[in-house]
Design a protein around this ligand. Structure first.
Ligand code: 26W
Length: 830
C-alpha cells in the first residue's frame, strides 16, 4: 500500500502496536507513571493525558503510511483552507474510529479508571464559531474515512471560542485558554516553518534576463510554525492531517532594535508577531474590519500555499504550467481565506517567475470557493488603505486582476458601466473597499452554496451578475454531518440497537439506515418500545446535565423541545420564547386542553458585541426564572438556558432531543447542520422552509415534519409593506404575550430592559418578520403536542427521521465535492 520507493519512508519499518486490552492498559500505565510521573490518586486530567498518548501512538503508523501515499509523485491533493475548525474533543472520536472503545474500557477497569470520567477531562478544541467551523471538522472526518488526499489548513489559536457564563441572566465571556495544560494530540513540526511577509513596499527591477519584475521589500516578517493534528478515518488505517499554524517572531526580530538600545520596541515587535494566532474572532455573522483579522487571513493563506508548494516540489515537481493545477486544488471555506487567490498569483509571478497569464491559468484552475451565508453584513470587505499598508504587493495584484476582469466584463456587456461598477473587485465610496467574495468568484473555477435553496438564492441574488457571466462555475453541495461523532460516538445506545437490526455498515454508508424503515411499521411494537426506552435513557442523561448546569428539573417523560445554535435575530430564538410565554399564559388562564408537558432547552453564544442577541439571552433567562418557579405551572412547562453550548454539549443534547427547532426567517439560514444532527438522532423537526430544512422535509416526508411559516419569496414580497401591529391586533394570543412581557412580569426589578426587544419585533422594518410567523408557528406547535400525545405514533415518526437521514452524512457531501470539484483518487481505488 504505502510508497516503498519514497526514500524518506524506506529506511525504517514501523510495526503496528498491539491493541488488546492488556497491552493498552500497560501502555496507559507506562505513560502515566514513567512519562508523566503521576501515580494512583493523581488528578483525573493525567489519566486523560496518559490515555491520549496511548491512543496517539496507535495512529502513528497509519499516519506515516497515509502521508507516504499522498506524497506519491503525480498524486492530486486537495487543501481545505479554513479560519475555523471546530473539532471538539478527540479522544472518544479516535477510540470510535480506531474501534478501540471496548478494549480501552476493559483496560481501564484493571486500573480502576473510568473512561467516561476521563473523556470529560479533555477540553473542547473550540477553534470555530459555529456551523462553518464544525462543518470543516466533519469534512475532515469524512475525507479520512473515504481515504481522500485532503489536508486541512487552519490557525492554532491560543484562545478558542470564549467560554460563556451566565451572570444575573446575562452572558459573560471568559477566555478559553484550551492549550494551557498542553495538547497531547498535536505534533509540532518546526522543520516545516514558513516566513510570512507584512508591510514594507514594492520595488520594480530587471532580473538577470532583463525581464521587469517586482519584489516586496523591507517587510516585517512573521514565522508560521505548523502543528499537526491526526484525523483518523473510520477503521481503515488512514490518518489524514489537520495542519494548524502558530505565529512566532523571527530570530532577527530584535537584533537591530536591540542594538539600538530600544529593547521594549523589540519586544513589542515580537508580541505583534505572536498576536496573530492568539485569538479566534468570536463573530459569526458580521465582519468587523479589524486589522488583526486581515493579518490572520493572510497568515493562513500564505503559509498554507507555501506549504502546499513545498510538498509538491518535494515530490519532485518543477513544471508549474504543466502540472500544478492538475495536482493541487484549494477549497476556500467562505471568503475568510480568499486572499489566497492573490497570494498564489504573487508566489507564481514574483517568486517562481511565471508570466501573468500562465500564473492566472493555474490560479483560476485550482481555487474553489464555498459561500456560507446570504446575510449582507457578513460579506467581507477590506479597506483599500489597510491593504495598502499591510499587504502592498497583494493590493497591486488585486488591481491587476480587477483591470483584466473588468475588460472581460466590458467586452461581454459593452457600455454597461453600472454592471462594471457592481462587479468591480473594488467598491468605490468614501472608503474604497476590496470585495473579498468577488475576488473569490473571479479567482475560482467552482463556487458553491451549502444547501439547494441557498445555492439557488445565490445565483438569483447576490451572485447574479457573475452567474450570467460564468454559469458553469456555480453549483450546490448540501452540507452534512459525520455519523461517526454524531451517532456512533454520541449515541451508543441507539447505535447498538440499529446495529442489532441492520448490521454496522451504516457507520460508513449512512444510506443503509433506510433499512430501519420496516421497523416503523405498527407491527414492530417491541423494536419501537426499545427505541423509546433508548431515547428515554438519553433524556435522563441530558436532564442530569440541565440540573447540574441550570438547576432546573427536566422530567425525562416530558417533550424535550430543543433549540441550540448561535444566538442571532435571524435564527429567531425570540419566536421560540414567544411560544413559551404563550404556553405559560395558557396555563395561567387554565386553557390547558391538549397541552403536553414540555421542557424547552435553548443554548448558544452571542457575539460579544451583538447587543440585541445578548438581550435575548437575558430575556430567555428572565422568562425561565418566572416560569420555572410558578407553582401554577407545576411541571407542565420548563424553560432552561444551557450555558456555554459547544460541541461536547451537543453530544449529550442531540441523542436526547424529541423536537428540533429550526425556525429561521426563510431565506436566511444558508443550510443549518444542527438540524441534521438532531434528525439523525431521531428528533422531529419543527421548521421553516429554509436551508437544508427543505431537504430534510423532502427526505422524511411532510407527514413526519412540522412545517410552518412564510416561504423565502413570501418573506421578500411582504418586506415592502410589513405591518407587524396588524398581526397583534388580529391575534388575541400574540397581544396577550406581548402585553405580558411589556407589563414587566418577567423583569419586575429591572424595568424596561426588554422594551428594545419588543420595539424591534414591532418595527415595520424588522428584517426577520418574527410576528408574521407567530400564528402559524403556534398552530404547528399544537400539531406537535397532538402528535406527542400519541406516543406510539411519535416513536414511529422518530424512527423514520433517523431512517431517512442517510443523505445528510458528510460522506455523501465529500463524495459530491470530489466528483464535481476535486477529482481526487481515493486510496481505496488502488
Ligand atoms: C466575517 C465574520 C464571519 C464569520 C463567520 C461571517 C460569517 C461567518 C459564517 C458564515 C458563519 C457560519 O457559520 N455560517 C453557517 O455555515 C453553516 C455551514 O455551512 C451553515 O449550515 C449555516 O446555515 C451558516 O449560518
Amino acid at each position: 500500500m504505502s510508497n516503498a520507493n519514497n526514500p524518506d519512508y524506506r529506511l525504517m519499518r514501523l510495526e503496528y502496536l498491539t491493541n488488546d486490552a492488556e497491552t493498552l492498559g500497560n501502555d496507559y500505565h507506562r505513560y502515566l507513571s514513567y512519562f508523566l510521573g503521576r501515580f494512583q490518586g493523581c488528578p483525573e486530567f493525567y489519566n486523560y493525558e496518559a490515555l491520549a498518548y496511548t491512543i496517539r501512538e496507535r495512529l502513528m503508523v497509519g499516519w506515516r503510511n497515509t502521508w507516504a501515499d499522498y506524497l506519491e509523485p503525480g498524486t492530486r491533493r486537495a487543501y481545505y483552507m479554513s479560519l475555523e475548525f471546530l473539532i471538539g474533543r478527540s479522544l472518544s472520536n479516535n477510540l470510535i474510529n480506531l474501534g478501540l472503545t471496548g478494549n480501552v474500557k476493559t483496560a481501564l477497569d484493571n486500573y480502576c479508571a473510568n473512561l467516561e470520567a476521563i473523556v470529560e477531562e479533555e477540553p473542547d478544541a473550540g477553534l470555530g464559531n459555529g456551523g462553518l467551523g464544525r462543518l470543516a471538522a466533519c469534512f475532515m472526518d469524512s475525507c479520512a474515512t473515504l481515504r481522500l488526499p485532503v489536508i486541512g489548513y487552519g490557525i492554532r489559536y491560543e484562545y478558542g471560542m470564549f467560554r460563556q457564563r451566565i451572570n444575573n441572566g446575562y452572558q459573560a465571556e471568559d477566555p478559553d485558554h484550551w492549550l494551557s495544560d498542553g495538547n497531547p494530540w498535536e505534533i509540532e513540526r518546526p522543520e516545516y516553518k514558513q516566513r510570512i511577509q507584512f508591510g514594507g513596499r514594492t520595488e520594480r527591477y530587471n532580473d538577470a534576463q532583463g525581464k521587469p519584475r517586482v519584489r516586496w521589500v523591507e517587510t516585517s516578517d512573521v514565522i508560521a510554525v505548523p502543528f499537526d493534528m491526526p484525523i483518523a478515518g473510520y477503521k481503515n488505517d488512514t490518518v489524514n492531517t489537520l495542519r494548524l499554524w502558530k505565529s512566532s517572531a523571527t530570530n532577527e526580530f530584535d537584533l537591530q532594535e536591540f542594538n539600538d538600545g530600544s529593547y521594549s520596541e523589540a519586544v513589542q515587535a515580537k508580541n505583534n508577531a505572536e498576536h496573530i494566532s492568539m485569538v479566534l474572532y468570536p463573530n459569526d455573522s458580521s465582519e468587523n474590519g479589524k486589522e488583526l483579522r486581515l493579518r490572520q487571513q493572510y497568515f493562513l493563506a500564505s503559509s498554507s500555499l507555501k506549504d502546499a508548494i513545498r510538498i509538491w516540489e518535494a515530490s519532485g515537481q518543477t513544471q508549474y504550467e504543466r502540472f500544478f493545477a492538475a495536482e493541487n486544488v484549494f477549497q476556500m471555506n467562505d471568503t475568510h481565506p480568499t486572499i489566497a487567490v492573490a497570494e498564489l498569483m504573487r508566489i507564481l509571478v514574483d517568486e517562481k517567475g511565471l508570466e501573468w497569464d500562465a500564473a492566472w491559468q493555474i490560479t483560476s484552475k485550482c481555487m474553489a470557493y464555498t459561500n456560507h451565508t446570504l446575510l449582507p453584513e457578513a460579506l467581507e470587505r477590506w479597506p483599500v488603505h489597510l491593504f495598502e499598508r499591510l499587504l502592498p504587493r497583494l493590493l497591486e495584484i488585486i488591481y491587476e486582476i480587477n483591470a483584466r476582469f473588468l475588460t472581460e466584463v466590458a467586452r461581454r456587456w459593452p457600455g454597461d458601466v453600472d454592471r462594471q461598477r457592481r462587479m468591480s473587485l473594488i467598491e468605490e465610496g468614501p472608503v474604497r473597499q476590496v470585495r473579498m467574495a468577488w475576488l473569490a468568484i473571479v479567482g475560482s473555477f467552482s463556487i458553491n452554496g451549502v444547501a439547494a435553496l441557498h445555492s439557488q438564492l445565490l445565483i438569483e441574488g447576490l451572485f447574479r451578475d457573475f452567474y450570467e457571466l460564468w454559469p458553469e462555475k456555480f453549483n450546490n453541495k448540501t452540507n452534512g454531518v459525520t455519523p461517526r461523532r454524531w451517532v456512533a460516538q454520541a449515541n451508543p445506545l441507539m447505535s447498538a440497537l440499529i446495529t442489532e437490526k441492520i448490521g454496522d455498515g451504516w457507520v460508513r454508508d449512512l444510506s443503509q439506515l433506510a433499512g430501519l424503515k420496516p421497523y416503523a411499521e405498527p407491527a414492530q411494537r417491541e423494536f419501537q418500545q426499545r427505541w423509546h426506552d433508548t431515547k428515554l435513557a438519553n433524556k435522563r442523561r441530558l436532564a442530569a446535565l440541565v440540573k447540574a448546569e441550570c438547576q432546573v428539573d427536566f422530567d425525562p417523560t416530558a417533550l424535550f423541545d430543543i433549540q441550540v445554535k448561535r444566538i442571532h435575530e435571524y435564527k429567531r430564538q425570540l419566536l421560540n420564547l414567544l411560544h413559551v410565554v404563550h404556553l405559560y399564559r395558557r396555563i395561567r388562564l387554565g386553557k390547558t386542553e391538549n397541552m403536553v408537558n414540555r421542557c424547552v432547552l435553548i443554548g448558544g453564544k452571542a457575539a460579544p458585541g451583538y447587543i440585541m442577541a445578548k438581550r435575548i439571552i437575558k430575556m430567555i433567562n428572565s422568562v425561565a426564572q418566572v416560569v420555572n418557579s410558578d407553582p401554577e405551572v407545576d411541571g407542565k412547562l420548563k424553560l432552561a438556558f444551557l450555558p456555554n453550548y459547544r460541541v461536547s454539549s451537543m453530544e449529550i443534547i442531540a441523542p436526547a432531543a424529541d423536537l428540533s427547532e429550526q425556525i429561521s426567517t426563510a431565506g436566511k439560514e444558508a443550510s443549518g447542520t444542527g438540524n441534521m444532527k438532531l434528525m439523525m438522532n431521531g428528533a422531529l423537526t419543527i421548521g421553516t422552509y429554509d436551508g437544508a430544512n427543505i431537504e430534510i422535509l423532502d427526505a422524511v416526508g411532510a407527514e413526519n415534519f412540522f412545517l410552518f411559516g412564510l416561504r423565502a419569496n413570501e418573506v421578500e414580497a411582504l418586506r415592502r409593506n410589513y405591518r407587524p401591529w396588524e398581526y397583534v391586533e388580529q391575534d388575541e394570543d400574540l397581544k396577550g404575550v406581548l402585553d405580558l412581557i411589556r407589563s414587566g412580569h418577567f423583569n419586575q426589578w429591572e424595568p424596561g430592559i426588554f422594551d428594545r426587544v419588543l420595539d424591534a419585533l414591532l418595527n415595520p422594518n424588522d428584517p426577520w418578520m418574527t410576528l408574521a410567523d407567530f400564528r402559524s408557528y403556534v398552530a404547528m406547535q399544537e400539531q406537535v403536542a397532538k402528535a406527542w400525545q400519541d406516543q406510539e405514533r411519535w416513536t414511529r415518526m422518530s424512527i423514520l427521521n433517523t431512517a431517512n437521514s442517510g443523505f445528510f452524512s458528510t460522506d455523501r457531501t465529500m463524495l459530491e465535492y470530489n466528483q464535481d470539484i476535486w477529482h481526487l483518487k481515493s486510496l481505496s481505488d488502488d
